[in-house]
Ligand binder design. Structure first.
Ligand SMILES: [Zn+2]
Length: 254
C-alpha cells in the first residue's frame, strides 16, 4: 500500500510538472476492489475529514490559503478542499497531498469534472503553475451604456506547457471575467462621488493622478487583482478620467 502511494505520488508530480495530468488514466474499478463512487467518497471522508490525523492534514491544507483566499479565483474565501483530478474518476489520487488544495465553494463547483481533457483544457493547478512576476490580467474599458470593464487573460503569459491557453480556459470555466466585472461595477459606483469632487478642484489631471495613486497601492498588494487592473485601466483611459466617470450608473439597494 505504501509503495503504491509513493508510486502514484511520483507519477502525479512528473505529469503535473509538464501539465500532462490529462494523460493519466481513469482508474478502472477492478483496481480498487470494485469500489463504487459512494464508497470512495466515504473512504475520503473517513480517512481525511473524520479521523484525527486526517483532520489535522485537512486543517493544515486549509491553512495554506493566504489570507484564507481561494487560489483559483484570488477573491472569495476558502471553505472546502478541492481535488484537482476529481475523486469520482481518479480515486487513486483522492488522498494525495499534491492533488488537494483549499478553494471556495463556487470554484469547487464550477471546476470541470471532465475526464482526460485536452492539454489546453485543464484548469490552473496551484501546485505546478507558476505565475509569480507575470502581469497576466488585463481589462478593456467600455462605456456603453455606462462605464464597465471587460477582464481577460493577456498575452504576457508564456505558453510553455500551454500555460496561457490553460489560464484562458480556467478563466472561462470559472467565469472569473463575470466575477471581476461585477466587483468592478460596485467599485465604479463607490468612487463616482470621490472622482467628481477631485475633478471640481483639480480637473482631469487630478482625477488621473488619484487613479494612479490607487493603482500603485493595489499593485503592491497584488499586481493581478481585479482592483489593480481596475485602476490601471482607468488611469490609462482619457475618456474616463476627463469626464466619463459622470456616466457611472449608481448601484442602489433597497
Ligand atoms: Zn474561488
Amino acid at each position: 500500500m505504501r509503495d503504491s502511494v509513493w508510486f502514484f505520488d511520483e507519477i502525479y508530480r512528473i505529469k503535473g510538472a509538464t501539465a500532462s495530468l490529462n494523460t493519466l488514466p481513469v482508474l478502472k474499478k477492478a483496481f480498487l476492489h470494485q469500489m463504487s463512487k459512494e464508497e470512495m467518497e466515504s473512504l475520503y471522508k473517513n480517512r481525511l475529514v473524520k479521523s484525527t490525523s486526517g483532520r489535522d492534514m485537512y486543517d493544515n491544507i486549509m491553512k495554506t490559503a493566504i489570507n484564507r483566499t481561494c487560489p483559483l479565483c484570488s477573491l472569495r474565501k476558502v471553505s472546502t478542499l478541492d481535488h484537482y483530478l476529481p475523486q469520482a474518476h481518479y480515486p487513486q489520487y483522492t488522498l494525495l497531498r499534491v492533488n488537494l488544495y483549499p478553494a471556495c465553494m463556487e470554484c469547487n463547483k464550477a471546476k470541470t469534472d471532465k475526464v482526460n481533457p485536452r492539454k489546453a483544457e485543464q484548469t490552473y493547478h496551484p501546485f505546478f503553475d507558476k505565475l509569480r512576476g507575470i502581469l497576466w490580467l488585463s481589462a478593456e474599458y467600455r462605456d456603453d451604456p455606462s462605464p464597465a470593464l471587460h477582464y481577460y487573460v493577456n498575452g504576457n503569459v508564456p505558453n510553455t506547457y500551454a500555460l496561457r491557453d490553460r489560464m484562458r480556459y480556467h478563466f472561462n470555466e470559472l467565469a472569473l471575467g463575470d466575477l471581476y466585472a461585477s466587483y468592478a461595477g460596485q467599485a465604479f459606483s463607490d468612487i463616482k462621488d470621490a472622482l467628481q469632487r477631485v475633478y471640481r478642484r483639480k480637473g482631469a489631471a487630478g482625477v488621473q493622478k488619484y487613479l494612479a495613486r490607487q493603482w500603485r497601492s493595489y499593485r503592491k498588494s497584488n499586481p493581478n487583482s481585479w482592483e489593480t487592473v481596475f485602476y490601471e485601466t482607468l488611469k490609462n483611459c482619457p475618456a474616463f478620467y476627463s469626464g466619463g466617470f459622470n456616466n457611472i450608473a449608481m448601484i442602489t439597494f433597497p
